[in-house]
Write a protein that binds this ligand. Structure first.
Ligand code: IPD
Ligand code: CA
Ligand code: CA
Length: 265
């Protein structure tokens, strides 16, 4: 238990340092395309390096998976084969917002062992909001306990969605979006998967789904939603897996069922 306390402390410290690096770079970065409509800046790289270093200083034997240094194709294997802790890091979630000077982005750090998230922090530097969760220890925003919303039906729900960088009008993402738009109170696309999960954890959003995220977008948020009393499944309402992260997160099981009936097909 003491070890978990130390892991959680370093997790928060790493995310806060990563977030500080993002603020530090925010007036002087340049933008490059990793792929079509998929951006990266010096801030992504600088934040990942300071997060990696912070973790290595305390836990040199733990494995590290970071968006900017670990090939996406390697993540599933690392998660499957690791016997000790794996740190999963998105140094800057919301790079497109960051590049356009929209202040909605975050640094996300999580620690996973045997498929379970032990600790997670999402730090939103421009809002000075730090979301922290520890397995079986609760979820907190700047030290205050978090609780999900109690909204049970879609017609009363504010729901967010994320999509991969490029989507096709005849593709499945658009069909799912149309299915939800028809019935939800309102829909948002915020540009940060990690913050969407935090907003479900805090009850600001009633639900969130994504068709094309990676483990580093979601790992910390997964623990935050669950520790705040919410539900995270795959899009059909089945078990969620970090190896194939298509999350459906909601405050209540009732809302999860209603959304899964639309999104799971
Ligand atoms: C992206 C954001 C976005 C989600 C994408 C992610 P990035 O993260 O979380 O909301 O739709 O799947 O890749 O690329 O800015 O780290
Ligand atoms: Ca991301
Ligand atoms: Ca990123």
């Amino acid at each position: 238990m003491e070890v978990l306390t130390e892991i959680a402390r370093v997790c928060e410290q790493a995310a806060r340092r990563g977030g500080a690096a993002l603020l530090d770079w925010s007036q002087r970065f340049t933008i490059r395309e990793k792929g079509p409509a998929d951006l990266v800046t010096e801030a992504d790289l600088a934040a990942e390096e300071i997060v990696r270093q912070t973790i290595a200083d305390s836990f040199p034997d733990h494995q590290f998976v970071g968006e900017e240094t670990t090939p996406s194709a390697a993540v599933e294997g690392v998660l499957r084969e690791a016997t000790e802790c794996v740190w999963i890091v998105d140094p800057l979630d919301g790079t497109t917002n960051y590049a356009h000077r929209v202040p909605h982005y975050a640094c996300s750090v999580a620690v996973v062992r045997a498929g379970e998230v032990l600790a997670g922090t999402v730090y939103h530097p421009t809002a000075e909001e730090c979301y922290v969760a520890v397995r079986q220890g609760g979820a907190f925003l700047n030290g205050e306990p978090l609780a999900v919303s109690r909204t049970q039906s879609l017609d009363a729900a504010l729901v967010a969605a994320s999509f991969p960088p490029r989507i096709d009008r005849s593709g499945t993402e658009v069909q799912k979006l149309l299915g939800v738009i028809e019935r939800a109170q309102a829909i948002r696309r915020t540009g940060s998967a990690a913050l969407n999960m935090c907003y479900v954890a805090s009850g600001r959003l009633d639900a969130y789904w994504a068709t094309g995220t990676s483990a580093w977008d979601i790992a910390a948020g997964l623990l935050l939603v669950r520790e705040a009393g919410g539900t995270v499944t795959d899009l059909s309402g089945g078990p969620f897996s970090l190896s194939q992260p298509q999350p459906l997160a909601s405050g209540t099981a009732e809302l999860n069922r209603e959304l899964a009936a639309i999104l799971g097909s």
